[in-house]
Design a protein. Sequence first.
Length: 52
Amino acid sequence: MREAEPVSAASLRQALANLASGVTLITAYGAAGPLGLAATRFVSVSLLPRYS
């Protein structure tokens, strides 16, 4: 299996801006093998919020 490429903050922000609703599939590959989760709600929380 090839190594995943990092995702930039701008790319992630753009992708989440286009996610209106529906099912979100979250996948990863861990020590025990492939992992997956189907979620009907997904919220992105920023660790660096922009406050004026």
